[in-house]
Design a protein around this ligand. Sequence first.
Ligand SMILES: [Zn+2]
Length: 195
Amino acid sequence: MRPGELVIVGAHYDSVGNPGANDNGSGTAAIMEAAQVLGARAFEATLRIIAFDNEEGGLVGSAAYVDAHPNDSVRCMLNVDTIAQDGGDHKLSIDSSNHLAMENQVAAAMGRYGQGIVTVVRQTGDMSDHLSFESGGFTACEVYNNDWWDHGDPYIHGAGDSVDTPGYINYAFATKVTRGVVGFLAEQAVLVAAP
Ligand SMILES: [Zn+2]
């Protein structure tokens, strides 16, 4: 056992002047599901599941968290931000500034547990809470729907980011991504016992 070692998963729960169904109700739902599925199980490491506030204002919540925990032993931090848009190709972006090895581990877990998710590994950094962890010297990356790259997102940060927008929120895709996230966390924290 190594309970002092943390495996962190996070999602921001604020949004920009709209219901925030995709950005980032989808990621928030994913980490709540991870807590539901994994919370009753035992792991060698400690799983820490965090909902961050005020990502949209400049990564404020995650930066405050990192500032308050500079000496944590963090194996890795996975950020789940906007995972419910799928134009039909089932693509998920995995992105970081410079943590390619972790990104490849996430991609492998998506392959094992994602039920057809196609991963695209990027190193653009993007702009979300994983950057606070990378800036703090921790290993971190993000998952988000790749459709943003291929087709754009007409609803992000607008009133249309709602479950009421026809054809926008793809529950099946978000569920598969969530499966991959949960599988990745179980692998990284190392499941030792079932309830
Ligand atoms: Zn977001």
